[in-house]
Design a protein around this ligand. Structure first.
Ligand SMILES: Cc1cc2nc3c(=O)[nH]c(=O)nc-3n(C[C@H](O)[C@H](O)[C@H](O)COP(=O)(O)OP(=O)(O)OC[C@H]3O[C@@H](n4cnc5c(N)ncnc54)[C@H](O)[C@@H]3O)c2cc1C
Length: 478
């Protein structure tokens, strides 16, 4: 049986890995040149507690089980995951009433250990928050991760278990005969397919239309961010939410797994034809700054490392649409807006165990030799010096630092290239080289030279990320 997953974001990557546990021919097709470059690349990176989603929503069904799966998953796939906990803070009496509602909602969704703290209790844990805060809802099970790393790790592990990965290949059509999936067409070829899983993020409505399913549309909703330097590590220890608005969870202050501080996102609805509009705006960033400063007055923009934006794939009902469709073999996993990162591990299990096994009645057998483990690229900042010394003795390239902001060695960059990085961003997202304060000003050329040497390609051919993003045009002097 041939299964094709469309999209290697967090949803498609974890589904691909889950299906690689079974005796199936599993393919994942991704139009971008690398894994996790869609919605998965730019978000708040929070594994939410799961108290915020309406209990009757599909989101609520997957958020708490997804959150619970993160401990095991992060151990098997060796990606960064920290259970920092989160606070929703209240400035007014009405906000405290809302916190009580959230706590009740959390209980209904199965979130245990939610607690409302007084201002004094909060201050002991988070001394840098606004003195005007009068209470907070504490959720100890919330966490933070690096979403693209989860995707990369899942795909590496799926590949190890036999999945076939097609990067830089765009699905252009789906052939359906007698209300059954037959073929999948791409800009590079065509494949016989029994099952197609639509995990195409912002473009999932276009994919569904290819299969004759036009019952939903995806609208982009932009969220802008400011990332601050790791020198501010400890400014907050947990994720800080304001009391939510009807439109969104509000603008947050989030510690990142590598010690930085992330501010954002705002929420701006864009027209349907702007699914690639990732521009940041002066107004948007000002809003992010003002609202995050209200939570943590010490925020200092002189520590800004970069600004960026992400796009939420919203449906009319603001809920996930997951399951089989009227076309046998065509499965939708769409409208995966927040908390999609949190929910994705549970969605992946549901696709295998419920949708394929029960709804489609497939008799799936598990591989006896499935290997759940993926080893991460060693990183100096995560190792003790003794371990690192041993590594350098074995391979001196781990002793040659290339990115000084984030302490990334040549050995790590070589390993990223061995694992599939072909662009500067491919190296960046696998190693954090050029992710630091200088944003690649110092190390980009060195990384380009390493890629060029290892892959035997001229410098001029290496891209930043997508098709036309060349960096070097040629020599200024002969
Ligand atoms: C601002 C913002 C903040 C968020 N914060 C959080 C948070 O803190 N916690 C949380 O749990 N969730 C959060 N989310 C939600 C989370 O980021 C998404 O739910 C998740 O990343 C969606 O992943 P995905 O795999 O479904 O989509 P994507 O990552 O977009 O993956 C879909 C992939 O399909 C590919 N594709 C599209 N069309 C084609 C085609 N024709 N052929 C081949 N490939 C194709 C795309 O290139 C893309 O890589 C946030 C989202 C945003 C935007």
């Amino acid at each position: 049986m041939k299964v094709f997953v469309i999209g290697a974001g967090i949803t498609g990557s974890l589904i691909t890995r889950e299906l690689s546990k079974y005796d199936l021919e599993v393919h994942v097709i991704e139009k971008a040149p690398d894994i996790g470059w869609g919605v998965t690349k730019a978000n708040s990176a929070i594994v939410h507690g799961g108290y915020d989603d309406p209990p009757e929503s599909v989101r609520a069904k997957f958020a708490v089980p997804g959150n619970e799966l993160y401990d095991k998953l992060s151990k098997e796939l060796e990606f960064d995951f920290l259970r920092t906990g989160s606070y929703v803070v209240a400035f007014k009496r009405e906000d405290v009433e809302y916190l009580k509602k959230l706590k009740e909602r959390g209980k209904k969704n199965g979130v245990t250990n939610l607690e409302i703290l007084t201002a004094k209790e909060l201050k002991e844990k988070e001394p840098n928050l606004n003195e005007e805060i009068i209470a907070a809802l504490w959720c100890p099970t919330a966490g933070i991760t690096e979403p693209w790393e989860v995707s990369i790790a899942a795909i590496e592990n799926a590949q190890e278990n036999g999945a076939i990965v097609h990067l830089g290949e765009k699905v252009t059509d789906i052939i359906v005969q007698n209300q059954r999936v037959k073929k999948i067409l791409t800009d590079k070829g065509e494949y016989d397919a029994d099952i197609v899983i639509n995990a195409a993020g912002l473009f999932a409505d276009e994919i569904a239309k290819m299969a004759g399913i036009g019952d939903f549309e995806i609208f982009p909703r932009k969220g802008e961010y400011i990332l601050l330097d790791e020198k501010l590590k400890g400014l907050v220890n947990a994720v800080i939410f304001p009391t939510p608005t009807k439109k969104s969870k509000g603008i947050l202050v989030v510690p990142t797994v590598d010690g930085g501080i992330l501010l954002g996102p705002n929420a701006v609805d864009l027209p349907k034809d702007q699914k690639e509009n990732l521009e940041t705006t002066r107004d948007g960033l000002n809003e992010v700054y003002e609202k995050s400063r209200k939570l943590v007055p010490k925020i200092d923009l002189s520590y800004t490392v970069k600004t960026f934006a992400g796009l939420r794939p919203e449906t009319k009902d603001k809920d996930f649409i997951i399951g089989a469709t009227k076309v046998w073999g065509f499965i939708n996993v769409v409208g995966i807006r927040s908390p999609g990162l949190t929910a994705a591990p549970a969605i992946a299990k549901y696709i295998a165990e419920k949708v394929l096994s029960e709804d489609l009645g497939l008799n799936l057998s598990k591989k006896l030799d499935f290997n759940p483990y993926r080893r991460k690229i060693p990183h100096l900042n995560d190792s003790n010096l003794k371990e690192w010394e041993e590594l350098v003795k074995k391979d001196p390239s781990f002793g040659r630092t290339v990115c000084f902001c984030n302490n990334v060695s040549e050995g790590e960059i070589l390993e990223a290239i061995r694992r599939g990085a072909r662009t500067l961003d491919g190296v960046k997202f696998r190693t954090r080289a050029s992710f630091g304060r200088c944003q690649g000003g110092f190390c980009s050329l060195k990384i380009l030279e390493i890629i060029s040497r290892e892959l035997s390609i001229p410098l001029e051919e290496i891209k930043q990320n997508y098709e036309n993003s060349w960096i070097i045009k040629g020599k200024v002097r002969p």
